[in-house]
Write a protein that binds this ligand. Structure first.
Ligand code: SAH
Length: 255
């Protein structure tokens, strides 16, 4: 039997309209879709009615299907001749373990492709009015993990990040917000540094709060911040405040 094909696909940051045309085409053509928790399920409506849908999602701290099993399943499906889509939230290569799946397919000498997606930092920052770079304010940004759940991972160098990058976007940092805040303050970031928390960015349920390193942990508690959420640190966050102020002024004048 000839081998099928695997597409490791980014579904975008949450709003189903933010998927790429290429990703949508792959969903429509798939025999089988292996999808994650962060994928907007509306996107599965584009699949063929007879397409098999397999949930591989992980809740924070729990693994419903271990990564090795997902890799093996993907390899087995492609060996059976299936057109398989591995659908992941955001971009498959940004904290998405898509690289591990690509390696498993490549090691089995099976054909595959990677379809990029809008990662949640890019999507959520833009949708909430925070330009990750802004002339005269922020000339660099970094995407960082706030979680240390994999023992082989080195923790981020907060000492260097605090000084060398203008805007920091922390993924998987909700449960460690207090520690991350303390690290940044310890390494000399001023208490007045603006910080935003974006929960369910780009979706209809998006919630955003902004404060500073001085009070952000309290704001998170007050709003009962939940996953999935991002922590955005840097002066760029204050551009959102300007946008909101100007929008409010415009509404007053017009209204
Ligand atoms: N591959 C994904 C990231 C997976 S890691 C991507 O490119 O976006 C999971 C983390 O992504 C979550 O803990 C959260 O920090 C972030 N995340 C994903 N979707 C999000 C959303 N809609 N709003 C805010 N954060 C999100």
């Amino acid at each position: 039997m000839s081998a099928g094909f695997a597409s490791i696909v980014g579904a975008g940051p949450g709003d189903p309209e933010l998927i790429t045309l290429k990703a949508l085409k792959r969903i429509r053509a798939a025999d089988v879709i292996l999808y994650d928790r962060l994928v907007n399920e509306e996107l599965l409506e584009y699949a063929r009615p007879d397409a098999e849908r397999i949930y591989c999602g992980k809740a924070p701290g729990r693994h419903s299907m271990p990564q090795w099993q997902i890799n093996e399943l993907l390899v087995a499906l492609v060996r059976q001749g299936k057109t398989a889509v591995r659908l992941k939230g955001g971009d498959p290569f940004v904290f998405g373990r898509g690289g591990e799946e690509a390696l498993a397919l490549a090691e089995a000498w099976l054909p595959y492709e990677i379809v990029p997606g809008i990662t949640s930092a890019i999507g959520s920052a833009a949708s909430s009015g925070i330009p990750l770079t802004h002339r005269g304010v922020a000339g660099s940004f970094a995407i960082v993990t706030g979680s240390l759940c994999h023992d082989n991972e080195k923790p981020p160098r907060w000492d260097l990040l605090a000084h060398s990058v203008d805007t920091l976007v922390v993924y998987m940092g909700v449960s460690r917000l207090g520690e991350i805040r303390a690290e940044l303050l310890r390494h000399g970031k001023p208490e007045s540094t603006p910080v935003a928390l974006i929960e369910r960015g780009t979706t209809a349920e998006e919630r955003v709060v902004a404060g500073t390193l001085a009070d952000i942990h309290k704001l998170a508690e007050a709003m009962k911040l939940e996953n999935p959420a991002l922590i955005v640190v840097g002066e760029a966050v204050s551009v959102r405040e300007s946008l909101l102020r100007l929008e409010a002024e415009a509404r007053l004048r017009i209204g």
